[in-house]
Design a binder for this molecule. Structure first.
Ligand SMILES: Cc1cc2nc3c(=O)[nH]c(=O)nc-3n(C[C@H](O)[C@H](O)[C@H](O)COP(=O)(O)OP(=O)(O)OC[C@H]3O[C@@H](n4cnc5c(N)ncnc54)[C@H](O)[C@@H]3O)c2cc1C
Length: 430
């Protein structure tokens, strides 16, 4: 049966860790210095960063912590931004581009530091392979490695197909790729729940099944309403991203919810896994409708693919993902795909994250464009710094101008047409 992606069934991530008791819903009126809307990685990281600065926080989540993209993603921690370094330089100028790129590096360090400090058990591992389907993608990766080196990060190594098959992945699907030792992978739901546990320990009040229905924000205060309660706060942080819907119409136009789908296989025979993965890397290819995959800690293949502008899970998803897996690893022809699900990624026109303010009291962060596992933590830190009185680093990203997606109500059909063309180009290697 096809389901709306916003109410899709739970994932292998949910099945692979201990269930959590539900948290209370908001009832009645309460006050806090900051009200965070959204219990994904961005909302929880923001709440945590604020609490660490002594600021009192309430977080409202419409469903349950991790219901959105943060509990459904590929678990890939990717260095940098989804946009090219040229786009970044065009957006903020050469000098600030280096500072912004360093923020991206900091986002990676933040994950490592939080996992270590709070002893979060989330299978964090380092090592990443950007796979090239075509020679053109391989040339682009060489340019990317050079651009990263210009920004001071020179640990990426581009290799051709033979070296790839000997050292990294046994597949004929790719003509080579770029190894990055400082990108990696984790179990995103375990990480998020670990952060939420620390947040609760620090006194943050977390409410679930508390969808925000309206926000009033004036010069002095903001009021956030749910069906049965209300929060009066000095500041509000919107972290609903692709799941936010039309709560703030001006934000909706700048972020496009794009569906991506994930399958998890039965455990693979360890000897077979060792012949396919010569290194324990997370992998993504360079196509627009990309494949991304990695081995889980218990030896399953977690394989994602997308993107699509449809808002429902396609029929035959298990078979479709099985076909994509076989295209990379024909040896896994008979493997059973045991879990499948979909989720929404928020993308922006230029693929840089959209951080900003509406008036003095309302902050927002959205549109991490497929790289939110790392960048959400950074967004939380920058917002907390700004609310605590130092917005200098927040401004580095706030200055990026984000255009609305073209097409108004017709934007989805237009995007489908544009993606179909891009997918055709992927297929033809153009
Ligand atoms: C299938 C898939 C694969 C992905 N793979 C990767 C990957 O491998 N690596 C990577 O870096 N990124 C990946 N991403 C993207 C990444 O998951 C996101 O960028 C990141 O999780 C965004 O976090 P967030 O907190 O901003 O939003 P979300 O995690 O979507 O959280 C938003 C939350 O806000 C809540 N909410 C919305 N509206 C309201 C309201 N009115 N009131 C209260 N709560 C509300 C929602 O219920 C939701 O829980 C993937 C995404 C998907 C869907």
């Amino acid at each position: 049966m096809a389901h709306a992606l916003t109410t899709a069934p739970l994932t292998w991530y949910h099945a692979s860790i201990e269930p959590e008791p539900p948290r209370p819903s908001l009832e009645g009126t309460i006050r806090a210095q900051v009200c965070v809307v959204g219990g994904g990685l961005c909302g929880v990281a923001t709440a945590l960063e604020l609490a660490e600065r002594g600021i009192e926080v309430v977080l409202l989540e419409a469903e349950a912590i991790g219901h959105g993209a943060s509990g459904r993603n590929g678990g890939q921690i990717v260095q940098g931004f989804s946009a090219s370094t040229d786009t970044l330089i065009r957006a903020v100028g050469a000098e600030d581009a280096r500072a912004v790129w360093n923020l991206g590096r900091e986002a990676i360090d933040l994950i490592e530091e939080r996992v270590r400090r709070h002893k979060i058990d989330c299978d964090l591992r380092w090592g990443y392979f950007h796979a090239a389907v075509t020679q053109r993608q391989l040339r682009n990766l060489r340019a990317t490695a050079r651009a990263y080196a210009d920004f001071g990060y020179d640990r990426c190594r581009v290799i051709g197909g033979d070296a790839m098959r000997a050292e990294v992945l046994a597949t004929d699907r790719y003509v080579g790729g770029m190894l990055d030792p400082e990108s990696g992978q984790l179990h995103p739901l375990a990480y998020l729940r670990g952060l939420a546990g620390v947040a609760a320990f620090l006194g943050i009040r977390l409410f679930e099944r508390s969808a925000v229905t309206a926000i009033d924000h004036g010069p002095d205060r903001a009021t956030v309403r749910t069906a049965r309660g209300m929060v009066e706060a000095e500041h509000v942080v919107l972290a609903g991203n692709a799941y936010l819907g039309g709560l703030v119409p001006s934000l909706r136009r700048r972020v496009m919810p794009v569906a991506s789908f994930v399958g998890v296989t039965e455990p693979i025979d360890p000897d077979v896994a060792d012949t396919l993965f010569k290194q324990d890397v997370a992998v993504a290819d360079g196509n627009l409708a990309l494949d991304y995959f990695r081995l889980t800690a218990d030896g399953r293949l977690l394989f994602g693919a997308g993107a699509s502008y449809s808002a429902t899970t396609p029929l035959g998803l298990r078979r479709w993902l099985g076909k994509r897996i076989r295209r990379v690893f024909p040896a896994l022809g008979g493997i059973r795909v045991e879990h499948v699900w979909g989720g929404l990624i928020g993308i922006t026109v230029n693929r840089l994250p959209d951080l900003g303010r509406c008036g003095r009291r309302l902050y927002y962060a959205q549109g991490f464009s497929g790289q939110g596992v790392a960048l959400t933590g950074l967004a939380g830190k920058l917002i907390a710094e700004a609310i605590a009185g130092d917005g200098s680093r927040f401004t580095l990203l706030e200055q990026v101008r984000h255009r609305a997606f073209p097409g108004g109500p017709l934007r989805t059909p237009l995007l489908i047409a544009a993606t179909t063309l891009a997918k055709l180009k992927d297929r033809l290697g153009l």
